[in-house]
Write a protein that binds this ligand. Structure first.
Ligand code: GAF
Length: 389
């Protein structure tokens, strides 16, 4: 792949100079949804699908961006003096946002770059194509300009900062963190409160992770995401008048049940309830995975979906349809919505022998109920961001 992309780079920008190539994966979250901005735990794994970036320094301050996936936009040109969000900059806002965050942090970017991108993550599916683009940019820039003091975790934080303050999505740290730090054949149990993490082995010899793309993305995703976050912050501040906690992730289910009436608005109570219960479910699910108790893991995934559907209300008809079809299939161990919500993908753990009939059942049932053609990805795990040497 590297050689092919290098050749394509030269065809786009001309030959010569030091050309380097990088790759960052996408991610799928197995459980622990909407907990990462509530000081809770998450359990994502990195994918074989991801974003390739080929780069070369320039002698001036021009930034050229080209993506094979957005051929129709051609080369999008910008400048180091123009690191601000603009609608016309389209997908390059993510790369520019990372440069902006680095400069803001005091890293001097001395010259422009020619940038060539190829992504294999389906866009808008909730598999973190944006975090993947951000992190691959961050590593490429770090390596190109010798910002050797920056660790991968610091890069993840900078990319989250860019997403929050340049793009305007108030996301948590999960996506950037795992895309930077993920490990093949493992998922990552991350405590978003203190950023401690463990790699948990993922044995996919008898079961498969099937990601189903609903092909639906409701436009309210960004506004509703930010709204959920502020609802949780409000609920937290009300709880803090009766119990000493610094985040919803500090609460056990039992303590929540005792104190929940401190939250006046019943809707906010539901949001906080999801954040607290989902965090505890993620801790339990990780334990079940370590003990190889997949049946329990699957039940917790199903509970997670119900909570996201009923309490957090980030699901939608199409996703519920896919999850119910999965629940009705005998080969399914667990199934739920994954990612930010309002469309995107479901993640299911399916017995290896049943994968074909599972896909067939969902494909037909979903087509019949909604008219949409779902897409299916059999997940292979991959490593976090790296230079392709
Ligand atoms: C999106 C966000 F980017 C993550 O930070 C996380 O909150 C997730 O939605 C929901 O769990 O992917």
């Amino acid at each position: 792949m590297k050689l092919k992309l290098m050749k394509a780079f030269e065809e786009t920008y001309g030959i010569g100079g030091d050309i380097r190539a990088f790759f960052a994966p996408g991610r799928v979250n197995l459980i622990g949804e909407h907990t990462d901005y509530n000081g809770g735990h998450v359990l994502p794994c990195t994918l074989h699908m991801g974003t390739y970036m080929v780069v070369r320094k320039r002698n001036d301050s021009i930034l050229n961006f080209y993506s094979i996936n957005m051929k129709e936009l051609g080369i999008i040109t910008s400048n180091l003096d123009e690191l601000y969000f603009s609608k016309e900059a389209d997908w390059t806002n993510y790369t520019k946002g990372v440069l902006w965050a680095l400069v803001k942090e005091g890293y001097e970017v001395p010259c422009g770059m020619d940038v060539f991108v190829y992504g294999t993550i389906p866009g808008g599916a909730g598999l973190s194509s944006s975090a993947s683009l951000e992190i691959v940019t961050a590593l490429a820039v770090k390596e190109l300009f010798g910002f050797s003091g920056l660790s991968l975790i610091e890069l993840a934080k900078l990319c989250q900062y860019a997403e929050n303050n340049y793009i305007g999505c108030n996301c948590g740290i999960m996506d950037q963190f795992v895309v930077a730090m993920g490990k093949k054949n493992h998922c990552m149990f991350l405590n978003t409160n203190d950023l401690t993490y463990q790699y948990v082995p993922l044995d996919l010899s008898k079961v498969k992770i099937v990601v189903t793309n609903s092909k639906v993305k409701h436009s309210l995703v960004d506004s509703q995401y930010n709204k959920r976050r502020s609802e949780c912050e409000k609920a937290l501040s009300e709880l803090q008048s009766v119990v000493t906690i610094s985040s919803l992730g500090d609460l056990s289910k039992e303590l929540f049940d005792i104190h929940e009436t401190a939250i006046k608005d019943p809707v906010l109570r539901l949001r906080a309830r999801h954040a607290v219960y989902e965090n505890q479910r993620t801790i339990e699910a990780t334990k079940a995975l370590k003990e190889e108790n997949l049946m329990k893991f699957g039940r917790l995934m199903n509970d997670s979906h119900r909570s996201l559907r009923d309490d957090y209300q980030v699901s939608c008809e199409e996703i519920d349809c896919l999850v119910e079809l999965a629940w009705n299939h005998p080969g399914t161990i667990g199934s739920r919505i994954t990612g930010g919500g309002f469309g995107g993908c479901t993640v299911s753990i399916v017995n290896q022998d049943s994968v074909d009939s599972f896909i067939d059942h969902l494909r037909k049932g979903y087509q019949h109920a909604t008219g949409y053609d779902a897409e299916f990805y059999l997940i292979e795990t991959g490593d976090g961001v790296k230079e392709l040497l």
